[in-house]
Design a protein. Sequence first.
Lengths: 470, 466
Amino acid sequence: MSDDKTLGKICALWAGPVAAAAMGLTLSLAGLAAPACWTAAVTTLCAVWWIFEPVPIPATSIIPFALFPLLGVLDHKQVARGYGDSTILLFMGGFMIAQAVEKSGTHRRLALGMVKAVGGKGGRRLVLGFMLAAVVLSMWISNTTTTLMLLPVALAVLEQTDDQQRKVLSVPLMLSLCFGASIGGIGTPIGTPPNIIFIGTYTKVVGKGFSFLQWMKIAIPVMVIMTPITWLWLTRKLGKARAVVIPDLGPWRFEEVGVMIVFVLTALAWIFRADPFGGWSGLIHASGVGDSTVALTAVVVMFLWPNGRSGRLLDWKKASEIPWGVLLLFGGSLTIADAFETSGLSRAIGSSLTGLSTWPMLAMMTTLAVSAGFLTNIMNNTAMAALLMPLLAAAGKSTGLDPILLMMPTVLSVSFAFMLPIGTPPNAIVYGTGHVSIRDMAREGFMINLVGAAVVTIICYLLLPVFIKV
Amino acid sequence: MAEKKTANKLAAMFAGPVAAVVMGLALAAAGLKSPACWTAAVTTWCMVWWIFEPLPVEATSILPFAIFPIVGVLDSRQVAAGYGHEMVLLFVGGFMISQGLGKSGAHKRLAIGMVHLVGGLGGRRLVLGFMLAAVLLSMWVSTTATTLMFLPMMLAVLEQMDEKERKVVAVPLLLSLVLGVNIGAMGTCVSTPPNIICVGVYKDVTGNVMSLARWMKVALPIVILLVPFTWLWLTRKMGRSQPVKLPVLGPWRTEERRIIVVFLITVAGWIFLEGPFGGWQRLLGVKGIGNSTVALLSVMIMFLCPNGHGSRLLDWKTASNIPWGLLLMVGGSMTIGAAFDNSGLSKVIGDKLVGSGNLPLFAIVAMVAAGAGVLTNTMNHTAMAALLMPLLAATGKSTGIDPIFFMMPAAIGIDTAFTTPISTMSNLIIYGTGYVPVRTMIREGCIPNLVGIILVALMCYLLLPR
């Protein structure tokens, strides 16, 4: 087994450069200029290695930074700029805020509160309670953390049930956690890394900003529709059951209150930054303020706010535990987007895709949503977004479409990995409990994946044209 | 004790904003525009917190990113650009190389070689040996690259020592590296950005070429005087000590051999990047390669090269141990530089620095050297040079004095900013090792800084041909 795995890795390791060389040679035979060929080759190399992971994903993300200057596509200052994007700072800030929430344990209190309010009666209601908690929390903190945090509570609840009941309840309850986390992740720009990659790439390529509220206008409807559908589907075999006892956490502690105040203010500041009526940044005439500014200000406040036991809401030790490697991945993706533009590869892609603009919009969106939604089950969500976003942005821009029409359905679907444990960490965590087999997950998730693709397509088809016009 | 410490921290925490308000109001009263006042205020705030550390320096580094957009000095995209500076990438790459060397243990072999080279002695002689090597190399190679090169060796030497000895040796040894590379860099106009910018701007403005030989005639005496002084100052508390105990290492292992090869190629890549004869960059026919590219290529190779027993020379777990938070500090100092420029504050400073062209020549030279040498402790040296040089050149021209009398003291003065982690990357890298707190760096660095400024003023006045 282990030998097989090593062999697979070695194949993948070699497949990268080979595929890159093949891609580069093909394009150069087709008459493209050298920088465009190199860009395509480097992107192919990253694609193969991001997909099959012969080296860790963040390590692969260093490749664009190292190779583009060497090959003369971008100079070393230009590649560095990919790492200095305000979306990267936004995500850094968002991660650090989430760390403070975790440190204080506020997320646990919120989750239990929701489970208690909704699910105290047991059965289907119980699953709904957990699912809502997962959805709401993972809008703001990482999907993985959400799942990890809810899991022990859910397992404790399962232990209260008798054998027969547990058999029926365990699969829906467990899956409601990871599916809820994935669905909630799309809700805000900081919910999950692909969202940020979309915003960063879109801003870079189109040159228009993309605010918190703009994202939520499209993503929240998808989230709101998906949640009840998923719940109904998962609990279709569940009847009523007896009430369960949810652990009690005692009164609110000082630091929890502090985190809650900062957090709610931050969320409000994000949402009402530029809208409506110019938002609060218009009121104070601070046009230079971005979402990243809000996030980092909140982080500074948390570094200063006492936690009631001679520490602060956030200390550097906890803050520095954010996944820095993911930030490298963002940077790598933005650098690839830059190279596409600079090398002229985008134009080449555009001219070969002129047929695309004649496709009916609905067909195009459906294709993207379905293929992204199923592919993401075997690929890392973030790496997939890092790869697809520059490509789709280039394709959209050069064929005269607003790239958002291609990018939005894709980026939403990329988060919808419901069928396999390897699709996304929350699935893997739930699978790891042993309560859910791969067959269970695939059977239940297949339908959600289909429904997800449909919902994404319909919402994007209906809302995006309105959005573009504004 | 603990309570006193808390009280101090609390005081420092309030001192930051208070000092900022005072600075801002003072400048506003002096008639400066509001962005310039804000920039000065935020910089003051950061300096106070960086020095007294009521918050960890990494957390303080977030301040410029958060505040500048709110007060309208820079917008959120401009501040982010500071985080996307090629120095940030060089920092990532350089530290990952260090991690790779550390993982294989090969840095110990490098260190032993180096200690042999400087005579195998401990204590003050060891510091002198390393310092001389750093000075000589950094005259020709970028200071950051030189620092990254020597650091793993120094850390390996420190690892060999017992707790007590390490406490005595760590600070002088590591600071001898920072001060050594910065002093060495003064000697030529090819290795450190301030000098390169100085020569470039001088040629643009006057049409005259400042040749390497002319530069060295003035600068080399400064280096020759400053090196022994700095060495004596840094090692003043070190007594005689035993020769360094060298561990006996077994035969070379595969991974050690491989990583040393990668490291040597990297070093060669740094040294010969741009010269001689245009360097290997020109051989390849590309222009955009920087030190960061070399570092990251080397990291890539380490990720790919097998280590001879089933894994790679570098894995992500080891690589991700680099001090990520300091990237924020690099970015923060770049952002402050950008804010100085954008808000017009730098122009005000420049005008003040050279305000009176009819002062005696020595006063001008001394003032420029002192101003540059002191102010650069608050911001990145490259940014400082980029904004000062054009101003000084213009002032020189308008007053009829050869601009080199303004520019060269400023450039070399900038190189004497030894005292804070933010002025040069080398300072920051050493800070990143955790052995040297900000306050120690300031305490040990301020005297050489002062002496350096005096030497610069004297030598430039005496040796520059009129």
